[in-house]
Design a protein around this ligand. Structure first.
Ligand SMILES: CC(C)=CCC/C(C)=C/CC/C(C)=C/CC/C(C)=C/CC/C(C)=C/CC/C(C)=C/CC/C(C)=C/CC/C(C)=C/COP(=O)(O)OP(=O)(O)O
Length: 325
């Protein structure tokens, strides 16, 4: 991974990568790992852990095999989505024209633009990752039957519709809502259900903070990409609300997460001490968000890091608070 937003001159000179062109140096394991964007995989791990903790806390029993299969399946499905995102963003020209990116957080993994892997190799990688995900699905369907099959097929279909033409839902102002669904509400609820928990109001409430925090990761990462997104006609919340509006919305989502946590505490579902870290981080993040200069790389990095920390540490805190309520 490059550590700076400005790559070497030949990279910028190369605007579109012809599909199937052999990469210099050939495929390498490190490039495949880079393509997975491992730093973001916590986004699919956190909802599974929180949902599993909530389900197990409710039933008083823990089914480790179901939890593990679901965790691996979600990470493989998420990885497939990340790689497919690179393939589609290269084909649309979005990643190649993105000179404002903050690598490795925004602008894709760069493995195609840096000629480490071809689009064709990345496409086969998506197929392999989805096949691995489907394998975990076989185990889960054997254990839990039709509902989890329907869930897996719906999620797999959404991953394709999110990125690929003709719908490309992430180009139509729907990316943030779908990320909230795929990394929040849906996996938290499914993970709890796999532990025998009901799909009900309290379970949906448990998913609210995870959903709000993960949507904020996408929003903040869209800010440096806004010029490249506009250039290829990709409509995100930044295009709808502007940078200031999006940052204010982030504060609103942080507060929504705290309100959901407070209600869970009032219901006796969450230990009160589990709110301490999210409250402190939110208090620290609010002025940071409202003062973020979108053209300052250092300011953007602070807000990106804080947003990732709120999601990761918040989910961890929730997990402990649900288990020890
Ligand atoms: C076609 C089809 C239906 C295939 C399905 C095959 C399949 C795998 C079926 C599932 C089998 C079964 C039954 C599984 C059982 C239960 C399981 C494990 C279900 C999970 C299945 C699954 C596919 C889950 C997907 C998980 C997630 C969270 C996917 C998210 C994908 C996603 C939106 C990724 C994009 C994230 C990114 C990079 C956003 C930022 O992009 P962008 O704005 O462009 O920024 P940048 O510029 O940085 O690139």
């Amino acid at each position: 991974m490059t550590s700076s937003g400005s790559g070497p001159a030949p990279l910028h000179a190369r605007r579109l990568s012809p599909a199937g062109q052999a990469p210099r140096g050939g495929p390498r394991a490190a490039a495949y790992v880079q393509a997975l964007r491992p730093g973001f995989l916590l986004a699919s791990i956190a909802p599974v852990v929180v949902g599993t903790a909530w389900g197990a806390a409710q039933t008083g029993a823990f089914d480790p095999l179901s939890a593990l299969l679901f965790l691996v399946g979600m990470v493989l499905g998420h990885s497939a989505g990340n790689v497919l995102n690179d393939v589609c963003d290269d084909a649309s020209g979005n990643d190649p024209v993105n000179d404002g990116r903050i690598t490795p957080f925004t602008g894709g993994s760069r493995v195609i633009q840096d000629a480490l892997l071809t689009r064709r190799q990345m496409t086969w990688f998506v197929v392999a990752l989805l096949a691995g995900c489907a394998l975990t699905g076989v185990g889960l369907v054997a254990l839990h039957g039709g509902p989890i099959l329907a869930f897996g097929l719906a999620m797999g279909t959404l991953v394709l519709l999110y990125h690929m033409p003709p719908l490309r839902l992430n180009h139509r102002g729907l990316g943030e809502a779908l990320v909230g669904l795929m990394f929040g509400v849906a996996p938290v609820t499914a993970a709890a259900w796999l532990q025998g928990g009901p799909v009900d109001g309290p379970t949906l409430l448990v998913s609210v903070p995870v959903t709000a925090w993960v949507v904020n990761i996408l929003i903040v990462n869209e800010i440096p990409d806004r010029v490249a997104d506009r250039a290829v006609g990709k409509l995100t919340l930044i295009g709808v609300l502007g940078v200031r509006g999006a940052l204010v919305l982030q504060v609103g989502l942080d507060i929504l997460a705290l309100v959901a946590l407070a209600v869970l505490v009032a219901m006796g579902a969450l230990a009160a001490w589990a709110m301490v870290v999210p409250v402190l981080l939110t208090a620290g993040m609010t002025p940071l968000r409202l003062r973020t200069d979108p053209d300052s790389r250092a300011a953007m990095l602070r807000t990106i890091h804080g947003t990732l920390a709120l999601h990761g540490v918040g989910a961890l805190s929730m997990t402990a608070g649900l288990l020890f309520a």
